[in-house]
Design a protein. Sequence first.
Length: 329
Amino acid sequence: MARNSQLRRVLRLIDDLQGSRVGLTMDTLLRTYGVTRRTLERDFEMLSEVGYRIESAPDEESTKSRKRIASAQSRKFPPCSADELAAARIAVSLMARTADPATTAALESLTDRIEQSQDRATRVDADALYKSRAILFSPTPKAEAKAGIVQAINDAILRRRQIIVTYRPMGRGQSKEYEAEPYGILVGKRNYLVWRGTSDRKWRRFSLPYIEKVTITEKKVDIDTAFSIANLADLSLVANAEKPMKVELSVAATAATRFREYQLPPDAQVRPARDGSLGVRFTSASIQDVCQFVFSWGRDVEIKKPQSLRQIYRERLRDCLEETTAQQR
């Protein structure tokens, strides 16, 4: 707890020193933070350890000196946007799911240092965007959102404005418009906009790739403080405790162009055949996600390996057919 208290105080100290053009006297800092001189000196030592150079500049109006961060170091990294900072923090969260702890810790440390070199307003917006995300992770191919969709959602969240969403499920059929209060995005194998209806107040999720347009209105959103997108992610997360498997798919030539527009897992290998079809290999740890993905392509995508997955897929198709037939009787 003491360590967390010191960290919060040091981060605030960086803000205050960077925000003062001439620096701050020790007396001012002692009154501001309510700590002893020795405690404040330890805070300066911590700043020095992570690369900040603290200068003692003379105070023209008194005999006391002023503390400040060396001007050449007041910004150690180029300016970033709130979107970029939030994306970096999301990348750290995703890496924590797959990479070794040391690599994750290194990226997290770098991200923290970059974030602390930015101005306060940018950091506040980045924090708001990051908190509007929750990780829903499973490595399988996924369709990508159309250009500008995520940015429009981000703008609406930061401005707390309602949006009009034009949505076409699975990219097929008729598009329909919905008046929505945007609350965030579930990030993972499938990326979803989480929103609440303005009239019926029901919570819904829309798959980002099938959102055709987002229009920001001037109607304000009265945020429901009891809602937690992180809790929603925990409830939505498909158990990913299955053993990773090597999947091989065959994609028909007629669907090859559209398939290439999908974002594939990092280890994916795509091999074009002479007839225009594709052979695709990747690693997945979710039988359900692979089956759902293949099912969404109909006859255009076929599971080649492993044989056990082919059998599971056939059984699920048979069960689905039997259930549908029973309902039609």
